[in-house]
Ligand binder design. Structure first.
Ligand code: ADP
Ligand code: MG
Length: 341
């Protein structure tokens, strides 16, 4: 691969390069990159949703196994996921980067290739950002702007007793993917001639490196006329997110271990390679970016056969948050989320 130094382009050259590759897909994006601020029209029928996420090298990602293209995709997907978790539609993002001269123009191009691929998949417009130098690692900070009709917004605090707890897709895969990548890294450092053993692990590794935001579910719930009573995306692990929904809604929750959706590859690798209990990976793993939401019982009929939605429990009047194990034992759910400090 040829290497072009960032200094050859300079900050403005880099911004111009990014701008030239940008496409706008949303009619409310009036002005994107190139002025002091982006200009977005608003409509009285909608509320605006804004969220931001920062990803720091060696805290949130490890470039020794995370290809820049996937990292770009993931940085956008996790932001879009936050808007989806409000039952909204993401439309614009800004991307701010702190980059060291360790990175070449080609490396930044790879990062943006992933960013643009995600913009296409989720139909969002890159409308601005900031570029600065860093003396050490790479920092990516993305802000996403979206919208939703006021009555459609799903807050964390709307769950009622008797509501059914639903989760999309499957859980624990991204955590297992990370365990595999970290193990391969350790083996590679010990013996650089080793080829990574990733056969039969594509799903879990892919879920870690290139997660998807469940914007599809937001659209489908709207079509089925199901408005979640509360919703959150699973970034820190199911346990931690259930606690958020229950405590903010001032109700309790009961979950059933044997209802947790776990993919077969995740299940097998957890047990065979890491001697981990698959349901523990699902509860505490994190980075799945699936949606956890509650619905009123009257809406159950409308989605009960949806093959991407699992019904894992219900909300209760008391404030207890419990997991009922496969053996029928009640275990209190506790979670810290990720603690980087
Ligand atoms: P200012 O000095 O006003 O902050 P900049 O020179 O930083 O302006 O940015 C010029 C334009 O380029 C702005 O529209 C800004 O949003 C955009 N921009 C800067 N960095 C990036 C980036 N990394 N990705 C996308 N757009 C960017
Ligand atoms: Mg700037």
């Amino acid at each position: 691969m040829p290497r072009t130094e960032l200094s050859q382009l300079g900050e403005f050259g880099l911004i111009e390069r990014i701008k030239s590759k940008t496409t706008h897909r949303n009619p409310n994006t009036l002005k994107g990159i190139g002025d002091d601020a982006a200009v977005i029209t608003t409509s009285g029928d909608f509320y605006q949703l804004v969220s931001t996420d920062m990803l720091v090298e060696n805290i949130h990602f490890d470039l020794s196994f995370h290809p820049l293209q996937h990292l770009g995709y993931k940085s956008v997907a996790v932001n879009v996921s936050d808007i989806a978790a409000m039952n909204g539609i993401a439309e614009q993002i800004t991307v701010s980067l702190a980059i060291s001269n360790r990175f070449s123009v080609e490396a930044i191009d790879a990062l943006y290739q992933g960013i643009f691929a995600a913009c296409e998949d989720y139909s969002v417009d890159l409308v601005g950002g900031d570029t600065t130098s860093s003396t050490s690692g790479l920092i990516i900070s993305i802000t996403v702007i979206g919208r939703a009709k006021p009555a459609q917004i799903a807050y964390r605090n709307g769950a009622k007793k008797g509501d059914i707890l639903c989760v999309t897709g499957d859980l624990g895969a991204a955590y297992i993917g990370l365990q595999i990548l970290q193990r391969e890294k350790v083996e590679f450092l010990a013996n650089p001639n080793m080829q990574p053993q990733l056969e039969g692990k594509a799903y879990t590794v892919g879920r870690q490196l290139k997660p998807k935001a469940r914007t599809d579910i937001v659209h489908e719930l709207a079509e089925l006329q199901v408005k979640p009573t509360s919703m959150i995306d699973i970034s820190d692990g199911l346990a931690s997110e259930v606690i958020h929904l229950a405590t903010q809604s001032q109700v309790g929750a009961t979950l059933f271990e044997d209802k947790l959706p776990i993919d077969k590859e995740t299940y097998d690798i957890a047990i065979n390679d890491f001697k981990l209990i698959p349901s523990v990976c699902a509860m505490n793993g994190g980075e799945d970016y699936e949606l956890l939401f509650t619905i009123d019982q009257k809406d159950y009929e409308k989605i009960k056969t949806h093959d991407e939605i699992s019904f894992i429990g219900y909300m209760t009047e008391d404030k207890e948050i419990n997991l009922v194990s496969s053996g029928g034992q009640k275990v209190p759910i506790t979670a810290q989320g990720w603690n980087h400090f």
